[in-house]
Design a protein around this ligand. Structure first.
Ligand SMILES: [Mn+2]
Length: 267
């Protein structure tokens, strides 16, 4: 993993971990990740796309590295802990249980915020003392953590209770094409103002095999283009932001943390 400049957001309270798609929120001692999609390989397998390896060991290693780096009191999984499971295989359920067991033993408190893929798992959480399942969002200090697949009234009606909304769901990524046509894909975190006077942070997918939505494409020396506002997955990005005003920050295991200007200035 590359060492790189640490980028901070929200008056220095949010730090971006070098190379791992996660943030650390200092005021609440929390590492925040989103979109693990455990079991995605098996869903692909149903469509006869067979990946050689499970993504799970890499995600567990990344979580261990985040714990070593930040020694967090809290881990927040901001939705889509798992993907869609067929009932045929037990492997994906085992991975979910292995992860929850590990978190229960190693972190004082884990919150799993419900994502649109997190069906049929509520019952699992009863067996863990230090892991809670919350829906539809979690409010802690200056922050609201919400998965982001749905717009909810509380974003507006409770806006005096938070300053920063943190979502996942979008899996943002960026494509850079150089003069000879080489393409690089980077996961990106998006951040910028919301029309209701709050800040938004959109986390990239924690899953190493989720390629992501191409939010912006930059052709070196020839300008770039952005996904039209109406084509974003999350209604929060579609309805509460001006996409051009959002900034993207690349997060890459080899490249580290790579800040870019706001999208309007990249085009
Ligand atoms: Mn989702």
């Amino acid at each position: 993993m590359a060492e790189s400049t640490r980028i901070t957001l929200h008056k220095g309270d949010v730090e971006i971990a070098s190379g791992i798609p996660a943030i650390f929120v200092k005021s609440i001692g929390a590492v925040v990740i989103a979109d693990l999609h455990i079991g995605y390989e098996w869903a692909l397998g149903q469509q006869d796309i067979h990946l050689p390896l499970s993504q799970f060991p890499e995600m567990l290693d990344d979580i261990k590295r985040l714990i070593e780096t930040y020694d967090p009191d809290i881990l927040i999984i901001d939705g889509d802990l798992k993907h869609e499971f067929s009932k045929a295989t037990a492997q994906e359920w085992r991975e979910v249980l292995d992860l929850l067991h590990f978190l229960d033993k190693n972190i004082r408190k884990t919150y799993v915020v419900r994502g649109n893929h997190d069906n049929f798992i509520r019952g699992f959480f009863r067996r863990y003392e230090h892991v809670d399942f919350v829906e539809p969002y979690l409010l802690l200090e200056d922050y609201m953590f919400l998965h982001g697949d749905k717009e909810i009234l509380d974003i507006n009606s409770r806006k005096d209770e938070y300053e920063v909304l943190v979502i996942g769901h979008e899996h943002p990524s960026m494509i850079i094409v150089d003069e000879v046509g080489a393409r690089v894909r980077l996961k990106v975190l998006m951040t910028g103002p919301m029309k209701i006077g709050r800040e938004l942070i959109v986390l990239p997918a924690f899953s190493p095999i989720m390629s992501g939505v191409e939010v912006v494409t930059i052709r070196v020396g020839a300008g770039g283009f952005a996904l039209p506002q109406s084509q974003f997955l999350s209604p929060i990005l579609r309805n509460y932001t001006e996409i051009g005003e959002m900034r993207v920050i690349g997060i890459d295991k080899e490249g580290g943390v790579l800040p870019f200007p706001k999208i309007a200035d990249l085009l």
